[in-house]
Design a protein around this ligand. Structure first.
Ligand code: SF4
Length: 373
C-alpha cells in the first residue's frame, strides 16, 4: 500500500460522512501535509499556557469558564501566588514544553506586577515569551518588550455578528490597534480562533484577510469546549474533521504560519489528524494534572502516528536538580522556599500518576494471564 493510501486508511477511521466530503477533506489534508513538510521539520511539541488567575474583570465571554465564576468574587482575589506561577514555568522548561503564552483575566494584576513576573519568568526560561493579557496600549507594549517575543490577541472568531454574541464586552478593534502597535515595535503577533461556536466556512475569507492585514505570525486553532454554565452548555464539540478543515486551509494559504491546535483530554485521539492537517504544536491539554497517565502516552503516540518526533515529554520526569533553577532567581530566600514547595506538589502528583498507571498495567496483565489459564 503506498503512503498516500495508508494515510487515507488511517484517517478514515470511523468517519461517518459522505464520500464526496471525505474525498475533499482527504485531498485538502494531503496537500496541507505536503506543504507542512516542505516548510518545517517533522517535529511537534506541547505548548503550555500558564494562567495567573481564574477570574477576569470582563468575565462575560460566552464560551469561557471564567464567565461562570461567582460574580461576588472580585477578580483580583482570584490570582495565583507568584511562587506557584514561577514553579510552573520551571516545570515547563525542564519538561521541554514551550510556553504558548502567559495569560489570565484582564485587569487582575497591575502592569508593575506583570512586569516583575515577566522579568523573573525570563530568568527561568532564558528566552522571551508570548503574552496574552488583553489589548495592550503602546506604552505597555514598550514596557513589556524586553521580556516578550510577541502578543496574543484573544480574538476567538472573526465573524462580526458571532463575535458580538460570544464576546459582548471584548470587541476586536482594540486587538487590531494592539497588532498595529506591535508591528511597529517589532513584536510578533498571534491570535486565537475557536472552531464550533457557530462560524461558517465562508468566514475563512475574513480570517485570511485578517491574518494578512495584521501580519499574524501564529494562530491558535481551538475546538469549542462546551463548558457547563456557559451559553454553550449542552452543545456538541466540533468534530476532528471540522477543526482539521480550518487548520488545513490555513496551512495551504499560509505555508509558514505557526499553527497550534488545541485539544482537550477527551480529544487526544484526533491529534495525528490535526498534525497531518498542518498544525505545528499541541495545546489545551491538562499536562500537569495528567502527566504520566495513559492519556499523556496517547499524545506522544499520536505524534508518532503523524510521523512527527515529539519534543519534550508528557510521560517521563527527568532526574535533575530542580533546586538549580530556583537558586539563580533574583528573589528572596523565602520566595525560593515557597517555589520549591509548590514545585514538589506538582512533582508528587506526577509521580503518583505514574505509579497508578504501573499498577493498572499490572492488574490488566494479571487479569489477562488468569483468562488464558
Ligand atoms: S476576556 Fe478572556 S478570560 Fe475574560 S471572560 Fe473573556 S475569554 Fe475569559
Amino acid at each position: 500500500m503506498n503512503e498516500s493510501n495508508e494515510f487515507k486508511k488511517r484517517i478514515n477511521g470511523n468517519i461517518q460522512y459522505n464520500v464526496k466530503q471525505d474525498k475533499e477533506l482527504f485531498d485538502l489534508i494531503e496537500k496541507a501535509d505536503k506543504i507542512y513538510n516542505n516548510n518545517f521539520l517533522p517535529i511537534t511539541n506541547f505548548e503550555r499556557a500558564v494562567f495567573f488567575s481564574w477570574g477576569c474583570t470582563i468575565g462575560d465571554c460566552g464560551f469561557c469558564y471564567m464567565s461562570t465564576q461567582p460574580k461576588d468574587k472580585p477578580p483580583k482575589e482570584t490570582k495565583r501566588s507568584m511562587e506557584s506561577i514561577f514553579a510552573e514555568f520551571i516545570l515547563s522548561k525542564n519538561l521541554g514544553w514551550d510556553i504558548g503564552f502567559f495569560t489570565g483575566g484582564i485587569g487582575v494584576f497591575n502592569p508593575d506586577e506583570l512586569n516583575f513576573m515577566l522579568k523573573i519568568i525570563n530568568e527561568i526560561t532564558e528566552e522571551k515569551i508570548w503574552l496574552s493579557v488583553g489589548p495592550l496600549s503602546k506604552p505597555l507594549l514598550e514596557k513589556y518588550k524586553p521580556y516578550i517575543k510577541g502578543v496574543v490577541g484573544s480574538t476567538e472568531t472573526i465573524n462580526p455578528m458571532l463575535h458580538k454574541k460570544v464576546c459582548p464586552s471584548k470587541p476586536l478593534k482594540p486587538y487590531e490597534i494592539m497588532f498595529e502597535h506591535a508591528k511597529k515595535l517589532g513584536l510578533k503577533k498571534a491570535m486565537t480562533f475557536i472552531v464550533g461556536m457557530g462560524e461558517s466556512k465562508e468566514d475563512l475569507s475574513l480570517l485570511i484577510e485578517f491574518i494578512r492585514k495584521y501580519e499574524i505570525d501564529k494562530i491558535h486553532v481551538y475546538g469549542l469546549i462546551p463548558v457547563n454554565g456557559t451559553m454553550f452548555e449542552g452543545y456538541k464539540a466540533p468534530t476532528k474533521e471540522e477543526q482539521a478543515w480550518w487548520i488545513a486551509n490555513l496551512r495551504i494559504i499560509f505555508p509558514q504560519l505557526d499553527i497550534q491546535c488545541g485539544v482537550w483530554d477527551d480529544r487526544v485521539d484526533r491529534i495525528s489528524f490535526l498534525l497531518k492537517a498542518g498544525a505545528n504544536s499541541i495545546s489545551k491539554f491538562k499536562a500537569t494534572k495528567l502527566f504520566g497517565t495513559e492519556i499523556a502516552d496517547e499524545i506522544e503516540h499520536q505524534a508518532a502516528i503523524a510521523g512527527r518526533k515529539f519534543k519534550g515529554t508528557l510521560t517521563k520526569l527527568p532526574d535533575i536538580d530542580w533546586k538549580k533553577d530556583i537558586e539563580k532567581l533574583s528573589l528572596s530566600d523565602e520566595s525560593k522556599k515557597t517555589i520549591m514547595y509548590k514545585l514538589n506538589l506538582y512533582l508528587s502528583k506526577m509521580k503518583a500518576n505514574k505509579l497508578k498507571k504501573e499498577e493498572l498495567i499490572m492488574i490488566r496483565t494479571i487479569q489477562a494471564e488468569n483468562m488464558i489459564n
